[in-house]
Design a protein around this ligand. Structure first.
Ligand SMILES: Nc1ncnc2c1ncn2[C@@H]1O[C@H](COP(=O)(O)OP(=O)(O)OP(=O)(O)O)[C@@H](O)[C@H]1O
Length: 267
């Protein structure tokens, strides 16, 4: 365990990426060790989603992204899909597909050409549906789901891909507190049991501090702080980068809790 825990699963070196002539993230370097959870945080528009897309190879980029020491540029699309599962923040969903058929698509990288899914693929899908509380919706078309139900279907699809690295963009958006907690605990289980490396963007800094081993704070396209949550989350830093007034408290087990405080106009 100790040997594996220190292995670098993902590293970014001087990555710049964007959508047009000018990159929106610049010279980003970071590392995630195998079986650890890294949360990318930062204000709206900072470039968090773009960093995930750059790792997944979905936007033009410069710099190097390595997975277990292999540059992603050298991998075929299928090889990349076996290694990296990516769940975007607001995916366009095929409305007429049922939940089961949609989640089954996550098994595609593991099937041979023209191969049909096997009993084992179906059982992996059923397991994911049960774990994410979707079993009762298995036959429903995606177009009929609520926002939180659709979000869980997206996450089920990426979980059945069974990749050693998960990139999840705001995975708890739209989920109620119970479903959010179930999902985060499931990710934590995967991390501990299968040494899955988890990289998420997360807006809720208290939740990020509860689950992530490391935070990377991005502002205006660049990394401005990185390290354990208790080091990254300071009142001064959150004022500087979020223009927010907060107090950072600490729970009995040492996790930071970020509480917004009212100064102007309070009382
Ligand atoms: N498809 C696109 N085309 C052009 N510009 C884009 C596109 N997607 C994002 N951007 C711009 O890139 C910048 C970074 O966006 P990104 O989505 O990475 O931010 P973010 O940190 O994930 O934000 P949020 O917290 O609001 O989700 C923003 O200025 C955004 O307007």
């Amino acid at each position: 365990m100790t040997g594996a825990a220190t292995t670098t699963a993902l590293s970014l070196h001087e990555v710049s990426a964007g959508y047009g002539a000018e990159p929106v993230v610049r010279h980003v370097s970071m590392e995630a060790r195998r079986g650890r959870w890294l949360a990318i945080v930062g204000p709206n528009g900072a470039g968090k989603s773009t960093v995930l897309k750059a790792i997944a190879g979905l936007v033009p980029r410069q710099g190097t992204v390595m997975l277990d020491g292999t540059a992603t540029d050298t991998l075929s699309r299928k090889e990349l899909a076996r290694r990296v599962g990516y769940a975007p923040q607001n995916p366009a969903l095929p409305e007429r597909l049922t939940v089961t058929d949609y989640v089954l698509l996550g098994r595609a990288p593991h099937l041979g050409t023209l191969a049909r899914e096997s009993a084992s693929d179906l059982s992996i899908v059923e397991d994911a549906l049960v774990r994410l509380d979707l079993a009762g919706l298995a036959g429903r078309r995606l177009g009929t789901l609520s926002g939180g139900e659709a979000q869980r279907a997206v996450l089920a699809r990426v979980l059945v891909q069974r990749t050693p690295l998960l990139l999840l963009d705001e995975p708890t958006t739209g989920l109620d507190i119970g479903h959010a907690q179930t999902l985060l605990e499931r990710l934590d289980e995967l991390r501990r049991e299968d040494e899955t490396t988890v990289v998420t963007t997360l807006h809720d800094l208290t939740v990020a501090a509860q689950y992530a081993d490391e935070l990377v704070l991005i502002d205006r396209g660049g990394v401005v702080a990185a390290g354990p949550p208790s080091r990254v989350l300071t009142t001064e830093r959150l004022r500087e980068h979020y223009a927010a007034d907060v107090e950072v408290l600490t729970t009995a087990d040492g996790h930071p809790v970020v509480v917004p405080v009212r100064t102007a106009g309070a009382g």
